[in-house]
Design a binder for this molecule. Structure first.
Ligand SMILES: Cc1cc2nc3c(=O)[nH]c(=O)nc-3n(C[C@H](O)[C@H](O)[C@H](O)COP(=O)(O)O)c2cc1C
Length: 465
């Protein structure tokens, strides 16, 4: 999510008429509190087991089986990760206890839908995709390989271009096109100095969707819109969704605080229904999703689908080094932290020794490191000094940054590159969603999408939808 400023409480606003009262149902229970030393447990998953193809989807309600092996002392990412035991499938099919009617938009609640149509949402038609599943643009992670695999398998893959040079973006678009003729998107930072050049490229290449880590300006939206490119920024508060809807965006990704990278303060379970009720455009839920039950839950909260980062980072097609993926797999749900120590904005990362050090460091000593990172970013992204200054000034105006914050803004991409691209985990950061704590295997993208859809269908069937 963007580094834009988010307020905890948006000002009270006129809301859309409330959706019809939903049937009271037993809400999914909160996760049991974990003790450091989790006893071996049977899964208490609410996941339907019907139609599982390969492996059983990882459960969401019970502590990870692999965690049972862990010792009382929490391991930091700099320590070599242990191998995990394979996840076991739950033995019996528990009752699924969520409200079936919520699986469709509130407006259609009285009109029963088939399972198939419930999973064919507005974004399927809007983006021309088979499944309402989006692989988000993750800096240094979402390259041509992951993006083409996702789009080719029926979801929407998004290239992460904020960390690409213009040339790399051109090449990546060409690669994706050579591998699939399905629609895909490009994620950008609206304050990049060459943003309009990138916008023209997307238009020229007929890219389907432009996604943004922060609200793009009205000019950017209008130029893309007039040329038929759909726009979809990520937001973390209702008022941001209302603002960008007024500017003409086609959809928003609402990322809850569970999500990876820059993130807000409102959990997905609160943000998604709030935003969906406030705007008319499709709202895609992000932050904390990994499976078919999550997809159905997102639909029931008013979402038009799910957008996932961490789950896609942990797939075969993601080019993150294997030893780095293993650190993600071995991280517990409480092994992540939201910190401002990296670039001054709340960002969820795996808690590592470096993060501890950055958090303890005097802001004055952080500045020289940040300034050096700014220079490295300039080299890596092919930005010249005048462009960097121009970009910096734009960011400064848009986001009211101090010069110190500005230099620190380069921290996140450079520290992410150190670990995610170069594999130097001790020297970098590992942005992640909390969901990493309950992911314990690395499927191919096609297998992941198939599994999510199969599980979502089974969940809806279990609900009688
Ligand atoms: C490694 C990593 C890098 C990210 N980089 C970006 C980025 O460049 N632009 C962006 O809009 N969001 C970025 N994000 C946020 C994701 O696109 C996505 O919104 C988030 O991961 C969703 O939460 P989840 O991880 O729980 O699925 C990043 C997330 C991760 C984990």
């Amino acid at each position: 999510m963007s580094a834009q400023k988010r307020t905890t409480k948006p000002p009270a606003k006129k809301r859309k008429p409330a959706a019809p009262k939903k049937r009271k149902s037993a809400a999914p229970k909160a996760k049991p509190k974990r003790t450091t030393k989790a006893p071996a447990k049977k899964r208490a998953s609410a996941a339907p087991k019907a139609k599982r193809t390969t492996k059983a989807p990882a459960r969401s309600e019970a502590p990870k089986a692999k965690r049972t092996q862990k010792t009382t002392r929490k391991k930091r990412a700099s320590v070599a990760p242990k191998a995990k035991p394979k996840a076991k499938a739950p033995k019996s099919k528990p009752r699924v206890r969520v409200a079936a009617a919520q699986a469709t938009k509130a407006t259609n609640a009285t009109k029963p839908k088939t399972t198939k149509s419930a999973l064919h949402t507005r974004i399927c038609d809007m983006f021309g995709i088979d499944y309402p599943i989006i692989q988000t643009g993750m800096g240094w992670v979402s390259g041509a390989s992951l993006t083409s695999a996702t789009s080719g398998a029926g979801g929407l893959g998004i290239l992460a271009a904020a960390t690409m040079t213009f040339r790399e973006l051109q090449e990546s678009i060409a690669k994706v096109k050579s591998r699939t003729d399905k629609p895909f998107g490009v994620n950008m930072r609206a304050d990049q100095s060459d943003i309009m050049k990138r916008v023209e490229l997307l238009i020229h290449e007929k890219v389907k969707v432009a996604s943004f880590a922060q609200a793009p300006g009205e000019r950017v939206i209008k130029t893309l819109k007039d040329a038929g490119v759909l726009t979809m920024p990520t937001i973390g508060a209702r008022r941001h969704a209302e603002k960008v809807q007024a500017w003409g965006v086609d959809a928003v990704i609402a990322q809850g605080q569970e999500g990876g990278g820059h993130t807000g303060q409102i959990p997905t379970s609160i943000l998604l229904p709030d935003v969906s009720a406030a705007v008319d455009i499709p709202v895609v839920g992000a932050g904390g999703f990994r499976d078919g039950r999550g997809l159905v839950a997102a639909l029931s909260l008013g979402g038009a689908g799910i957008a996932m980062g961490t789950r896609f980072l942990l797939t075969k097609e993601s080019q993150v080094p294997e030893h780095v993926k293993r650190i993600y797999l071995d991280t517990k749900a409480n092994g992540t932290v939201v910190t401002k120590a990296v670039d001054g904005y709340p960002q969820r990362v795996i808690r590592t020794l470096l993060i501890d050090q950055l958090e303890k460091a005097n802001p004055l000593t952080r500045f020289p490191r940040a300034a050096l990172n700014a220079l490295s970013l300039m080299r890596v992204t092919g930005t010249s000094l005048p462009e960097l200054l121009e970009e910096g000034l734009a960011m400064k105006q848009n986001q009211e940054l101090t010069w110190a914050q500005l230099a620190m803004a380069a921290n996140a991409p450079m520290l992410t590159k150190a670990s995610i691209v170069d594999g130097r985990v001790e020297a970098g950061i590992l942005p992640t969603g909390q969901i990493t704590g309950v992911i314990d295997e690395i499927p191919s993208v096609a297998e992941l999408l198939r599994r999510i859809m199969t599980e979502a269908e089974a969940t809806l069937e279990g609900l009688g939808a």
